[in-house]
Design a protein around this ligand. Sequence first.
Ligand code: SF4
Length: 232
Amino acid sequence: MSSAYHHKVKQAINFLKESVLGGELKVTLAFSHQNEDAITISLAKKAGISFSVFTLDTYKLFEESLAYQKEIEKFFGIEIKPFSANNEAIRTLEEKVGEYGIFDSVELRKECCRVRKLVPLKNALSGYDAWISGIRIAQSITRNETKLLEHDKIFHLLKLNPIALFSDADVERYIKENTIPSNSLYAKGFKSIGCQPCSRAIQEGEDIRAGRWWWENPEHKECGLHVKKEIK
Ligand code: SF4
């Protein structure tokens, strides 16, 4: 039976097919250990497009996320290539931020994200024409202007957000219907998963992004990967 959910799934698959122009674009997909990323891999496979998959290893990931990464590689028969900051950059960052700096200042927290995520992301996207991301409008106020197709002005390539219009219920339904494995942290109360120091489980009724950088105001809750303004 057709429904809004089926329409969104079909639209996402067609969108991916049409966006890569019959294989002319070189495409990579960001895997960040969450249901949304597994869905975009599944949709891209259904669309029959050619793409690579990368992840950003910040050296601050949960053991559960690293185990999930292996599970997803096996489930889809793919390789997920990790990108990380180099040792020198990590050493300089640690000297500057210390153990608790990310909790004391938004600037230091963003510096940590810049070094551990943004610089490696720039390397991961180098040489590609487009990247696929699993961000959704329903995730937070910082994402309410997300479009299916965007021009990434920070990294200078196309950004494809095939599940931008998916609701939380759509995500759960797609995972269940396609029997895709989930990160075991969801069963422990996590709704949005990132680095270990900056993600926590949430309570019933809390916003799904409430567990990310929970000590900050909602408008600051991005690491810079999905912002539309120049990063200073
Ligand atoms: S999410 Fe937290 S630990 Fe991870 S890079 Fe950003 S500030 Fe650093």
